[in-house]
Design a protein around this ligand. Structure first.
Ligand SMILES: Cc1ncc(COP(=O)(O)O)c(C=O)c1O
Length: 399
């Protein structure tokens, strides 16, 4: 462990001692720098400058400045990523834009592993436009469906939130391009976990959130990437005042800004942006190739440790590390109760319906020893029937 290049990152996060946090794929822990940044923006900027903060502290430029930080994490050029709102909004904007530029009328294709919010948002747009709902297919029939000739947009989340399965983004995008299909990728579970290259892969639109692996904080703003050559062609469908070329002219008709700024909607969440900026400063120091390899090694060890216990825990994440993100999921009976008991024993993972125990690993604050200890604790909980305690049966709002 001495030569663990990520050891130096551990102290940058606020994680209670003796707690093994394996849920950074859902909500990243607090970067200490983010706590300082929040204190600074509240006390020194908002507190002292008041409204002058918009001009003097760079608040108004945050969607673009942070967008450029995100751009380097997803392999995008500068000035084609904007940050703000929640991911569901960004999915709306990306899909509504994709519909505008799609060269043919056709269906929107997605798979059953996609995150429900993306499907709900897509179907609400399609309903408004009197178009047929999203065609949802099994993941293994995607290639066949893409080749059918009646698809205009491919909308996928690169990593399956339940299993951690990673779609072959390059292959599917290439296939879609050949068929004249516009691509919309949700990178919520990829950014801060995988090596990404949206520009090289010629992706049309990408979106993602920043509160998972990136550690931007609960409710941190999301991002939208638009392929540079598409930006001038698109009329933003949620035309907020800050997407106007001159918002402070208070013009009653909307004139879209010329660049990525046209996809802004309203006022940036300044305090959340400050926290995110501090989190992104950490990512600037991370070599993603080395990081990815480390995450693969830790998840591999965790799988081996859990499987050696011999309990009824069925691995539903891919065994092949290149098809698996930084998350490992097992199907088991009483998964909710077992996870609650594990959390009570200082190992935090989470539960997903109907029977999934999910564990996320981020090498910036997780390591091999934690993987071994977490497996040992799960062994104890199952062997000693700890999870049968009635207190673990009551479902909480967030699972
Ligand atoms: C893949 C994916 N898409 C969309 C969402 C919805 O994001 P938000 O709640 O920020 O709108 C999530 C939330 O976890 C997600 O994981």
């Amino acid at each position: 462990m001495e030569n663990d290049v990520f050891l130096k990152f551990n102290s940058l996060f606020e994680i209670p001692k003796d707690l093994i946090y394996l849920d950074g794929n859902s909500l990243g822990p607090l970067p200490k720098g983010a706590a300082k940044a929040i204190s600074n923006v509240t006390h020194n900027e908002w507190g002292k400058l008041l409204i002058k903060g918009w001009n003097q502290s760079g608040w108004m430029d945050q969607p673009e400045t942070l967008g450029n930080d995100i751009a380097s994490l997803i392999g995008a050029k500068r000035d084609c990523v904007t940050v703000g709102d929640t991911l569901s909004f960004k999915v709306y904007q990306a899909l509504a834009s994709a519909i505008q530029i799609a060269p043919k009328d056709g269906v929107i294709l997605s798979d059953k592993g996609n995150f429900p919010s993306d499907i709900y948002v897509a179907n609400s747009i399609l309903k408004q436009k009197n178009l047929p709902p999203v065609r949802l297919v099994n993941t293994d029939s995607l290639e066949h469906e893409i080749r059918k000739g009646d698809v205009s947009i491919l909308m996928l989340t690169q990593v399956d939130y339940r299993t951690g399965y990673v779609h072959d983004i390059e292959k599917l995008t290439n296939l879609a391009k050949k068929e004249g299909i516009v691509t919309v990728w949700d990178l919520a579970h990829s950014v801060g976990a995988l090596c990404l290259n949206v520009d090289q892969h010629d992706i049309d639109f990408a979106v993602g959130c920043t509160y998972k692996f990136l550690c931007g904080g609960p409710g941190a703003p999301a991002f939208l990437y638009v392929k540079p050559s598409h930006i001038p062609k698109i009329e933003p469908e949620i035309s907020g005042w800050l997407g106007h070329e001159f918002p402070f002219k208070f013009d009653l008709s909307f004139v879209p800004a010329s660049g990525i700024r046209k996809f802004r909607i309203g006022t940036p969440p300044v305090i959340q942006m400050a926290a995110l900026k501090a989190a992104l400063a950490i990512w600037k120091k991370v070599n993603m190739k080395v990081f990815r390899k480390k995450a693969q090694d830790i998840t591999q060890l965790f799988i081996e440790e859990i499987e050696s216990l011999g309990f009824d825990l069925e691995l539903i994440s891919p065994r092949n590390p290149s098809l698996r993100s930084s998350q490992v999921s097992f199907r088991t009976r009483y998964a909710y109760e077992k996870m609650q008991a594990l959390i009570d024993h200082q190992v935090i993972g989470d539960y997903r319906e109907p029977d999934i125990m999910r564990f996320g690993f981020n090498p910036l604050f997780n390591n091999e020893s934690q993987a071994i200890i977490a497996a040992q604790k799960l062994n104890f909980i199952i062997k000693e029937n700890m999870w049968k305690n009635k207190k673990y049966t009551k479902r909480k709002l967030v699972t």
